[in-house]
Design a protein around this ligand. Structure first.
Ligand code: KG4
Ligand code: ZN
Length: 350
């Protein structure tokens, strides 16, 4: 270990991205990603077996590329970190097995980490140490959560989560309804730039008075997705063309409105002055813009990693691993599991 912090290699394989990142302390040295997204596109969603096979093929070349980019040798690393969960079981297994093999062969400690905590920790590579506490809005293809983060290496408390679809899942499903390719988030984001956000007033899930009592910090996107599908079907039945840009903009506005409203409310009510947004949907242009406006109005400091660090990558796993090493956290055991439903409160697998 040098004075600049531990050198950590992180491996991410929870979904369809084989990510290998290398960091030294809070400095990003390499972020190599091989994606199998194109192999899934014709199925309209990630096919777990296809993803697992692609991870297997991409793993060694991606590790080699990351080491070359970082100009380090693999035996220089102080520790290996890997996503232990949550995610697709078979996909996680490939990364966990690779990380165990590396750690064993190199005689270095292994840290099996939580994917969601890693989405939060990655911001340290761009904006420096995380404020403690901070509130994290985590929005991805599999998760939508509001978390109170006292300390990213061990104190993560869920305040709310989606009760049905994840935000990214809603983007992907609505994109399909609109005839846009998979994954739909970036396509809706792009189409919406030409659209009118108030063209249709789509429902804001769990924002009525009763829901705000019972599901104050929870989200629901399944009703919204159905409302968009019904609206589009009605147009098609009448033989009218669907105004894709307007529907994309109005749908996106409904998602962004609820996410930012509840995140700002949670900050205010919990007395937390820092909001961090992470996960694939945090790459969304409109979400970033509305969050910036509302945080400024509420006196909250907003942090959002650059879009390339929001979607799944290995650097986020390395970032969390390096923080764990730097704080002297106990490493995972070599028989750590690939845990597809790892709870968000477990930052490190044992
Ligand atoms: O974090 P991530 O890469 O993988 C998971 O852990 O799920 O998130 C992927 C999700 C997909 O649903 C994708 O459509 C969405 O993030 N996404 C976006 C954007 N870029 C990616 N959603 C909205 N706008 C974007 N620009
Ligand atoms: Zn993710």
């Amino acid at each position: 270990m040098t004075g600049d912090g531990p050198l950590v290699l992180g491996i991410e394989t929870s979904c369809d991205e084989t990510g290998v990142g290398i960091v030294r302390g809070r400095t990003l040295l390499a972020d190599a990603v091989a994606s199998s997204v194109e192999e899934h596109a014709r199925f309209g969603g990630v096919v777990p077996e296809v993803a697992s096979r692609a991870h297997l093929e991409a793993m060694v070349p991606t590790i080699e590329r990351a080491c070359a980019d970082a100009q380090v040798r693999v035996d220089d690393v102080d520790a290996v970190a890997v996503t232990s969960g949550p995610g697709l079981a078979g996909a996680l297994l490939v990364g966990v097995a690779a990380a165990k093999a590396l750690a064993l062969a190199l005689g270095k400690p292994i840290y099996g980490v939580n994917h969601l905590a890693a989405h939060v920790a990655v911001d340290q590579l761009e904006h420096g140490p995380l404020p403690e506490p901070c509130l994290a809005l985590l929005v991805s293809g599999g998760h939508s959560s509001l978390l109170r983060v006292g300390d990213i290496t061990g104190d993560v408390v869920p305040l709310g989560a989606t009760i049905d679809d994840a935000a990214g899942e809603a983007f992907d499903k609505v994109a399909r309804v609109l005839g846009l390719p998979f994954p739909g988030g970036p396509h809706i984001d792009r189409a919406a730039r030409e659209g009118d956000t108030s063209y249709v007033d789509f429902p804001r899930g769990l924002t009525g008075a009763k829901d705000m009592r019972e599901h104050r910090y929870d989200f629901s996107f399944s009703g919204l997705k159905t409302a968009v599908a019904r609206w589009v079907e009605a147009r098609q039945r009448d033989g009218d063309t669907v105004p894709v840009a307007h529907v994309a903009a109005a749908f996106q506005e409904a998602v962004v409105d609820v996410l930012t409203r509840k995140a700002v409310l949670a900050c205010t009510e919990e007395g937390i002055a820092h909001l961090l947004i992470g996960g694939g949907v945090a790459a969304n242009t409109r979400l970033r813009a509305v969050a910036a406006q509302r945080c400024e109005a509420a006196g909250i400091e907003l942090r959002v990693p650059r879009p390339g660090l929001c979607t799944d990558n290995g650097a986020m796993v390395a970032a969390l691993g390096a923080e764990l090493v730097a704080r002297g956290a106990t490493a995972s055991s070599l028989d750590l599991p690939a845990d597809s439903s790892m709870p968000v409160t477990d930052v490190v697998a044992r």
